[in-house]
Design a protein around this ligand. Structure first.
Ligand code: SF4
Ligand code: ZN
Length: 289
């Protein structure tokens, strides 16, 4: 079925609304922080949520951005994110790796390389980004943190957790996380059932300016292999990504039951929520010293 421009953009907005309702993502008076990187997915999400929020006068939206300190990449993204927020009349807050962890990401990669660390940059950037987003969402007193993970991201993460032999982690990566710790802002993924191609098309059709340059460190990520496998599968067997996503949703209660023992406490070094004694961020920080 072919849709005109206006029907297509409406269909994405409706699909997102349906996902929000299905997973009970918002309360009518929530203050939602949208994680905006400046790319097509996060900016499309910001524009869609701005429309959703219009229907809830007691709800509010803010945008939050993490500046990792990646020269020639994040600076442009930050500008584009700020521009979009201004256009939509949404307040924009950012936090940098340098202010939180003492180094820009470029400096961290240099230090890790000199120390012979063999992890890909994305492996530790991901941990630090997650932490930074939680810190900034808490700072702006958000009730929820909305991230623009698409159906593609979700299925890639499922595969990555299997590659890493960490299947119980799948239980934690859900469309809407529970309130498990007062310092952990619950996360929601309103685009988890929307394919990445559709968020890109939404951005194009709505004339949203976004950053298209890829991160210079992204090429090494294992995620690229997961993406390639899934894209090939989807091309040959349309609907495969959605089938994988739905299969996990079906077995999620069993996975959650198995992962039940992993309670969340506070890191003995920084006091941030973690399932370990020392959180992964503090472990990375020690490696950097
Ligand atoms: Fe960080 Fe990797 Fe994303 Fe670049 S691609 S911002 S290194 S997680
Ligand atoms: Zn810590």
């Amino acid at each position: 079925m072919k849709l005109c421009k206006s029907c297509f953009t409406k269909s994405i907005e409706e699909k997102t609304r349906a996902t929000i309702a299905k997973y009970n993502m918002f309360r009518f008076d929530d203050r939602v922080a949208v994680a905006v990187s400046g790319g097509k997915d996060s900016l499309s999400l910001l524009h869609v949520l701005a429309k959703v929020e219009n229907r809830y006068p007691k709800a509010s939206l803010v945008a939050v951005t993490v500046d990792e300190g990646i020269r020639g990449y994040r600076d442009e993204a930050l500008k584009i994110a700020a521009e979009n927020c201004e256009k939509l009349g949404i307040r924009h807050f950012s936090v940098s790796f340098e202010e939180l962890f003492g180094y820009t990401f470029d400096q961290m990669v240099g230090r890790m390389d000199r120390k012979g660390n063999r992890e890909t940059p994305c492996a530790y950037c991901g941990v630090l980004r997650r932490k930074a987003l939680n810190v900034v969402a808490r700072k702006v007193k958000a009730d929820k943190l909305a991230t623009a993970h698409t159906l593609d991201d979700e299925t890639q993460t499922i595969l990555l957790n299997i590659f890493h032999g960490d299947v119980l982690r799948i239980a934690k990566e859900k469309p809407a996380t529970d309130e498990v710790h007062p310092k952990l802002v619950p996360r929601i993924k309103p685009f988890c059932e929307v394919p990445e191609k559709e968020t890109a098309l939404y951005a194009y059709l709505r004339g949203i300016r976004f950053q298209s340059t890829p991160c210079p460190y992204a090429a090494d990520a294992l995620r690229n292999d997961a993406r390639m496998i899934l894209d090939r599968l989807e091309e040959k067997h349309p609907g495969m990504k959605f089938t994988i996503f739905k299969s996990i949703e079906k077995i999620r209660p069993a996975l959650e039951e198995l992962a039940k023992g992993e309670g969340i406490g506070e890191c003995v070094e920084c006091g941030e929520p973690t399932t370990d004694k020392v959180c992964r961020t503090c472990q990375i920080r020690k490696q950097l010293e």
